[in-house]
Design a protein around this ligand. Structure first.
Ligand code: NAP
Ligand code: G4F
Length: 343
């Protein structure tokens, strides 16, 4: 039987890597895209233009807030796997558009689950859950599937709803639904408004003489950063098991934003020397004394998640999943890609 997958959020970072993975495994892949006034398919252009995939990769206009659209798509496409990656995924922005975030990142999940339940409850379902669910209790790090949740943003709260309806449909209707509780994962395709890509773009532009300095918010926040290409493999593995479940994907290693900055500048042989503290902290080139990094409070969030560090032991033992790309390799890959773009 042919494997058919529907991916919401196909134009996003993860959607693009997951599409590549599923197509390489022989799947027919359908992606949900929103209509934009400008082109938004940059991350999947290479797939759309690949003649090998012309009969196996299809895009459909839609929006996860539109339940009629979701029902129609499930009915027409007949997928056997659905990956729900669509979301207003920026934590900081969720404080500015809280209600929309609740709709797109939270309520939309039950619309999709209902569409599946009413059409074909045998469809396997992956929900893009997040380490932001753990939010405010750093003393419990490293965080695992059994760590209590305490979201610290409208985004985290919306994802909490999605997490629980995914569990609920498994328990109530015996559906094959899984939560991937994924810690931060990055790549050269990461959106430029997330901190890692903001940093690597700035490094490239500063080296190319196209930017003066990099302004950031909280330099002390700690994140467990992995490579997106490794994480989509884990998503797929979750849906290949005999039984559904919830799994943490993480590296079990954490770094501050400050350390990411240092590592990214090291890639271009610049050593950062920090002076001052709090909002007066500044990073200078240790050789030339040029100011390269400062803090701008406009990037602070109304509430912050201080420390994320994940324990992926369950995914490693039950799925056979293991991250392949190290922190250093990730930083290097992202800086090199942005250097290529701006030189
Ligand atoms: P991303 O790059 O921001 O992509 C989000 C995708 O969702 C885009 O394709 C976007 O479409 C789509 N989308 C947003 N609102 C939509 C709507 N109303 N209807 C239909 N599509 C909509 O996010 P990502 O990094 O790939 O992450 C994928 C998923 O994993 C998200 O749910 C995110 O919250 C979750 N997650 C991410 C991480 C991480 O570190 N990357 C960690 C844990 C969980 P447009 O292109 O039209 O905007
Ligand atoms: O890169 P970020 O915006 O990612 P954040 O908030 O951790 O969320 C990402 O990972 C989650 C998984 O844990 C996903 F669920 C979510 O969808 C998203 O992909 O910020 C990382 C840290 C934060 O503590 C933030 O306050 O970096 C800090 N930061 C410091 N300066 C900054 C900046 N973040 C951004 N975006 N921009 C800054 O200038």
């Amino acid at each position: 039987m042919k494997n058919v997958a529907l991916i919401t959020g196909v134009t996003g970072q993860d959607g693009s890597y997951l599409s590549e993975l599923l197509l390489s495994k022989g799947y027919e892949v359908h992606g949900l895209i929103r209509r934009h006034s400008t082109i938004c398919t940059e991350r999947i252009e290479h797939i759309m233009n690949n003649l090998d995939y012309k009969d196996r990769f299809f895009l459909h206009y839609g929006d996860v807030t539109d339940s009629c659209n979701l029902s129609n798509l499930i009915y027409e496409i007949h997928p056997n796997e659905v990956y729900n990656l669509a979301a207003q995924s920026h934590v900081g922005v969720s404080f500015e558009v809280p209600e929309y975030t609740a709709e797109a990142t939270g309520v939309s999940t039950i619309k999709l689950l209902e569409a599946i339940r009413q059409t074909n409850p045998a469809i396997k379902f992956y929900q893009a859950s997040t380490s932001e669910l753990f939010g405010g209790i750093p003393e419990t790090a490293p965080q695992s599937e059994t760590t209590p949740f305490y979201p610290k943003s409208p985004y985290g709260a919306a994802k909490l709803y999605s997490y629980w309806v995914t569990v609920n449909y498994r328990e109530a209707y015996n559906m094959f639904t899984c939560n991937g509780i994924l810690f931060n994962h990055e790549s050269p395709r990461r959106g430029s408004e997330f901190v890692t890509r903001k940093i690597t773009i700035a490094v490239a532009k500063i080296m190319a003489g196209k930017q003066d300095k990099l302004s950031l918010g909280n330099l002390n926040a700690k994140r467990d950063w992995g490579y997106a290409g490794d994480y989509v493999e884990g998503m797929w593995l979750m849906l290949q098991q005999d039984n559904p479940g919830d799994y943490v994907l993480a590296t079990n290693e954490t770094h501050t934003v400050r350390e990411f900055v240092e590592a990214a500048f090291n890639e271009v042989d610049v050593n950062i020397e920090w002076r001052g503290s709090g909002i007066d902290e500044k990073g200078y080139c240790s050789k030339t004394g040029k100011l390269l990094v400062d803090v701008n409070p406009k990037y602070f969030r109304p509430a912050e998640v201080d420390l994320l560090l994940g324990n992926p032991a369950k995914a490693e033992s039950q799925l056979g999943w293991k991250r392949k790309v190290s922190f250093r390799e990730l930083v290097s890959m992202m800086v090199k890609s942005d250097i290529n773009m701006f030189f």
